[in-house]
Design a protein. Structure first.
Length: 331
């Protein structure tokens, strides 16, 4: 990790620690939900970064893992299963689906892998939407707030509990990314990303390594999905399996810098703050403006904003920006 990036990560850790103490005391219900959403997306972005950044695989299957974690948690809860067992079973089922999806798709490369994960996600979403069993009707939102076991708490206390739980999810995801940043597994994974043939020649088992990180990423994503379902208190299949969520996470990671620990955090904060600011002032064109800003950043800083913290202001010089733009020339 570069010195500037390490300093930024230390500042982010200190800020997060202060935020955990200060935010619940100084912000209202809306601010608390925004802060919880930030932690949720940090956890999701770090989870996707494991497979999309360190492994270099543009997976669109994470909507399936998030949705499965959320929907199965709801199904178990409305059928009388305890909260802890419901969450554990939902995460376990999501990992099993990751095994089923990963075995065939991880053999594919490039756009074939992208399309395969997209089709797998759509197949699972359609299966859930048409499921009419176990007191669950896929086309109707399921209210689970009375089954979470926290109905005796006030709305403020309820949201505060999930603020800390989601912060814990974010912390775990960042810790896992840090392990990949420094461990030999992370080095091996980056070697596979850069050249799978060369990595295999060095004795690295690329298929096993990719499968392992794919399952770990699915585990973290499903855990966030389960927590999200309990936090929302009402779960609807189309919302839980929304591809828009996955695309938003991908944009956050690409904007901040994939394959880094700091990048996803930077991307999450910038995108969410940008959406909040634009949503208030330019609601009609907020998506257009935010999309245009992201395109400009990706064109002129394709390695993400994390590169700015590594290379300093020299990375924003006209010559450097021109070289980045030339990487998109059609040959």
């Amino acid at each position: 990790m570069h010195k500037n990036e390490a300093q930024l990560l230390a500042i982010a850790a200190l800020t997060a620690g202060v935020a955990l103490v200060v935010i619940p005391m100084v912000v209202g219900p809306y601010g608390l939900r925004v802060a919880t959403t930030v932690f949720m997306f940090v956890a999701l972005a770090q989870a996707w970064n494991l497979i999309g950044g360190y492994a270099g695989l543009m997976s669109l299957a994470h909507a399936a893992f998030f949705g499965t974690g959320a929907i199965l948690t709801a199904i178990f809860l409305i059928n009388g299963v305890s909260l802890g067992l419901s969450v554990a079973a939902a995460i376990g089922a999501s990992v099993l689906i990751a095994v089923i999806v990963g075995i065939p798709t991880l053999r594919l490369r490039g756009h074939y892998f992208v399309v395969a994960t997209l089709l797998a996600t759509e197949a699972i979403r359609n299966l859930v939407i048409n499921l009419n069993a176990f007191k669950f009707n896929g086309g109707i939102a399921v209210n689970i707030i009375s089954h979470v076991g926290l109905s005796a708490y006030s709305a403020d206390a309820y949201n505060r509990i999930f603020f800390y739980i989601m912060a814990g999810c974010a912390l775990v995801s960042v810790a896992v990314s840090l392990c990949f940043e420094y461990s030999r597994w992370g080095l091996a994974l980056r070697a596979v990303r850069d050249s799978e043939r060369a990595a295999s020649a060095l004795g690295i088992s690329a298929p096993n390594l990719k499968a392992g990180v794919f399952l770990l990423s699915a585990f973290l994503t499903a855990a966030v999905g389960s927590v999200w379902a309990c936090w929302q208190g009402s779960v609807e299949a189309n919302e839980a399996f929304s591809l828009a969520l996955t695309f938003e996470v991908i944009v956050m990671v690409l904007l901040g810098g994939r394959g880094t620990v700091v990048g996803p955090i930077v991307g999450v904060i910038l995108i969410l703050l940008l959406n909040e600011w634009l949503g208030v002032r330019f609601a009609e064109i907020s998506q257009i403006v935010s999309g245009a800003i992201v395109i400009v950043v990706v064109l002129f800083q394709p390695d993400g904003l994390a590169k700015v913290f590594r290379g300093g202001w020299a990375t924003l010089s006209p010559k450097s920006l021109q070289q980045n733009l030339m990487r998109y020339r059609v040959r």
